[in-house]
Ligand binder design. Structure first.
Ligand SMILES: [Zn+2]
Length: 499
């Protein structure tokens, strides 16, 4: 699952194919032993953490492609193969050329990126950004912020307000020119935030149009305290006050200059294969299963520096391959075709799935749903977080399948951490944005998340096998039923990008 940067069916009946006993034989191929074997291959130290790009990532893509080939899937990558390639540029903020300048009543201060300020997210405009400043503190209502620069006074002296991330992202989508989070982090937390911000970022060469929204930055009090005082702003008082505030600040000028420095252009793989459907009337429609193959590579400076990513996301890729094997059992193929996608560069911002969904090798409108798996091998043995269930009629599908298979002892539970924004943090989001209904399954994060200790021996293969059998039945139901999954209209309006 992608790091959050800011804070650190059975409608009608089943189905001819299910009446002959094949699904039982098919799910029997999904075993704890197979899962553990696959996880051990993908999360082996020799894969060196599968960063995008890396030799380990290429080896993993090759392994997935060879398993697709062994199962006889139809290649859906470039030039008759299973690999779809896409270009990325790796870049950092040019700290020498970037700065945030505050001016008020003859007082002047420059917050340098990498020292007192950091770029967090959002589009980087060509020229400088200037505008009137709206000061917000606490969970203040936004109002009309079009063309304004928002200065949001945040308090990091205690536990961070749970709604802060959500608030900042919403503010960035209001039509504002920029969002500046005014920070009072202690020096250790500031150093860590600056370290994370300095890591190279990736942008897809094939990205269409420009990012929506405004750039988001953080500026530390210490750089601008004098100017803020001259402008009549007292951050300490605002943080201490229980009452949210919002006002236009007269006499304070802010200028933001952001300059990117491109380090390299690289190429990365997605693996794609199709198991053709059995019904000539429906085989031009696809149910997608997806699980990202990349991870975060090496974190130097510790005895074990390899982030194996056994749960994130060797567990999901092992699941994808187990589902390929199960559906390939004679008699288990559903009426619709199945599309198996193993994207990369997920950890760099869901870039492989963004490329695939913008350059799909089958028409995007023919993909009836995506079932995405990311971190599915840990935590509670009898439940799984199912994200997206409330957004379309696949929630009902899931519940019916669960009721029908009590032997799996697997209960879908709601997303317990809405502030973690899980819906936006794995590859299914790119399908959803392009109008494809999604279901996302994850067993959630844990203390080993994005650490070298996310290792194969901590995966619960038995639990994962029951979850995968459930996902087999859910997919079989969606791919066999007469009608396509439907969005709930309100979710469609919120999620689907209608550019
Ligand atoms: Zn991750």
């Amino acid at each position: 699952m992608k790091l959050l940067r800011l804070c650190s069916i059975l409608a009608a009946a089943p189905l001819a194919a299910q009446s002959n006993g094949a699904p039982v034989e098919a799910v029997a191929t999904i075993t704890p032993r197979d899962i553990m074997r696959r996880v051990s291959i993908i999360a082996d130290d020799s894969m060196m953490g599968r960063d995008t790009p890396s030799r380990g990532l290429e080896l993993t893509a090759e392994y997935v492609a060879s398993e697709f080939r062994r199962a006889g899937l139809r290649p859906e990558g470039d030039s008759g193969g299973y690999i779809q390639r896409f270009g990325l540029s790796r870049w950092v903020m040019d700290t020498a050329g970037s700065a945030v300048t505050f001016t008020a009543r003859g007082s002047h201060a420059i917050a340098r990126l990498g020292i007192d300020a950091r770029y967090i997210d959002g589009p980087i405009p060509e020229g400088p950004i200037r505008g009137e400043v709206v000061l917000l503190s606490g969970a203040s209502a936004a109002g009309d912020l079009t063309d304004r620069i928002i200065l949001l006074v945040a308090d990091f002296s205690g536990p961070i307000r749970a709604t802060l991330t959500q608030q900042v992202l919403q503010l960035a989508a209001t039509g504002a020119k920029a969002v500046i989070v005014l920070s009072n982090r202690d020096s250790a937390a500031l150093a860590e935030a600056l370290r994370v911000a300095a890591a190279p970022r990736f942008t897809r060469d094939s990205a269409r149009g420009t990012d929506k929204g405004a750039p988001i930055l953080a500026v530390h009090d210490r750089a601008v305290a004098g100017v803020l005082a001259a402008a009549g702003i007292d951050p300490a008082r605002l943080r201490a006050s229980a009452r949210p505030e919002r006002r236009l600040v007269r006499g304070l000028a802010v200028e933001i200059r952001l300059v990117k420095k491109v380090l390299a252009h690289v190429r990365a793989p997605n693996a794609v294969g199709v198991l053709p459907g059995t019904d000539p009337a429906l085989d031009h429609e696809y149910l997608a299963y997806s699980a990202h193959i990349d991870h975060i590579g090496i974190t130097p400076g510790q005895p074990d520096s390899i982030n194996n990513g056994a749960d994130d996301n060797a567990s999901g890729v092992a699941g994808l391959l187990e589902l390929v094997e199960a559906f390939s059992v004679s008699g288990a193929r559903p009426r619709r075709s199945l599309l198996f996608l193993a994207p990369s560069a997920e950890e760099h911002g869901l870039l492989g799935s963004a490329h695939f969904t913008e350059h799909p090798t089958v028409p995007i409108g023919s993909i009836v749903a995506d079932i995405n798996m990311d971190l599915i091998g840990r935590n509670w043995p009898d439940s799984v977080i199912a994200v997206g269930v409330e957004r379309s009629d696949r929630g009902e599908t899931l519940n019916k399948v669960v009721r029908k298979h009590p032997e799996l002892r697997m209960t879908p539970i709601a997303d317990r951490w809405p502030e973690e924004r899980i819906f936006y943090r794995s590859d299914h989001y790119n399908f959803a944005r392009r109008g494809v209904p999604v279901l996302f399954f994850t067993s959630g994060t844990h203390p080993d998340y994005h650490r070298p200790t996310d290792q194969p021996d901590r995966i619960n293969g038995e639990k994962e096998s029951r979850l995968l059998r459930l996902l087999f039945y859910v997919g079989a139901d969606i791919a066999n039923r007469d009608s396509r999954p439907q969005w709930h209209p309100e979710s469609y309006r919120q999620i689907v990008d209608r550019r």
